[in-house]
Design a protein around this ligand. Sequence first.
Ligand code: HEM
Length: 164
Amino acid sequence: RPPINDMIKPLSWLLGKWRSEDGQGHYPTIKDFKYIEELEFIHVGQPNIQFRQVFYAFNAETKKPMHREVGFIRVTPDLSKVAFVSAQNTGLAEVEEGTYNEKEKELRFESHTVGRLTFGKPPVTKKIARIFHCHGDTLEQIVDMETVNTAMTNHLTIKYKKVE
Ligand code: HEM
């Protein structure tokens, strides 16, 4: 693999494969659920990080595959802005932007664009916000969302440990 691009060096702690430990799903309109996933972040020498769920995010009890997204993290040269671009199995394609706190190893993103299919399943997702936070050897991801029916509130909270 080529050397890591200088622009993403500060985010090198994120690179690798992370396996979830305690994935929890909530939303006021649905039943709480537990889920499992592996997230992989790789680079190819370019100033971006590619991410994917290795298989799918799947239900912890039934093992049924549920959600998958793949995409890229991009940054400005001074890291004052970060972006998270993702395509999802549900037909959603979204662009999130935000900030990086190097001291806290925390990335915060909020969508400015959520694209969807003309024949997508309701309700329409209006906004997505997520936080990646690394403390010690644990990565945490928190995803909030707003739909046409529900104000911005938590959908996912999940912790991971690095496995590769
Ligand atoms: C339900 C969006 C990630 C599992 C929903 C709903 C929306 C949504 C809009 C319907 C809520 C309602 O009816 O009011 C998203 C978005 C995601 C995401 C935008 C990523 C950013 C995930 C992940 C899982 C998951 C990773 C875990 C495997 C579920 C389940 C339901 C649900 C089980 C309820 C059952 C269903 O309606 O299919 N999600 N979701 N979601 N989501 Fe997510």
